[in-house]
Design a protein around this ligand. Structure first.
Ligand code: 5GP
Length: 114
């Protein structure tokens, strides 16, 4: 499926972003409006709209996103203190960009959500 989103342009380096990891499956880059000292977005290199579009065919990408996030957390020295991983999904989940993305947040003690 094609998608002309900002994240696709970042992956393809058509617009600038602070990319900290890229492999043949995913791209990780700094969030432009960080909500914590470390705020990194991790996205598949191919379009998936939201968590609702995870299926039998593409589900392995999610484990690769988690594995990469954990490695980035270790590289950024936030793994011992701790961090938070968030996927927002659609309107009620607060998803603003229609392209599956994982938020990795750390470097500060965050309020509990519940
Ligand atoms: P959402 O609210 O959809 O879960 O998260 C979208 C995230 O994308 C937000 O945290 C927002 O700051 C980030 N974002 C939006 N546009 C850009 C951009 O052009 N570059 C980067 N690096 N992040 C962006």
């Amino acid at each position: 499926m094609q998608n002309n989103s900002i994240f696709e342009k970042i992956i393809n380096k058509q617009i600038p972003a602070n990319i900290i990891h890229q492999d043949n499956k995913i791209t990780a880059f700094k969030d432009i409006n960080p909500q914590a000292p470390i705020h990194i977005l991790i996205v598949p290199n191919f379009f998936i709209a939201s968590l609702n579009d995870i299926n039998q065919e593409n589900k392995d990408i999610v484990s690769h996103m988690f594995y990469t996030a954990v490695n980035i957390a270790k590289q950024k020295n936030i793994s011992q203190e701790g961090y938070r991983i968030i996927f927002n999904c659609n309107k009620n989940g607060g998803q603003e960009i229609n392209y599956l993305h994982m938020h990795l947040l750390g470097g500060i003690k965050m309020n509990k959500l519940f």
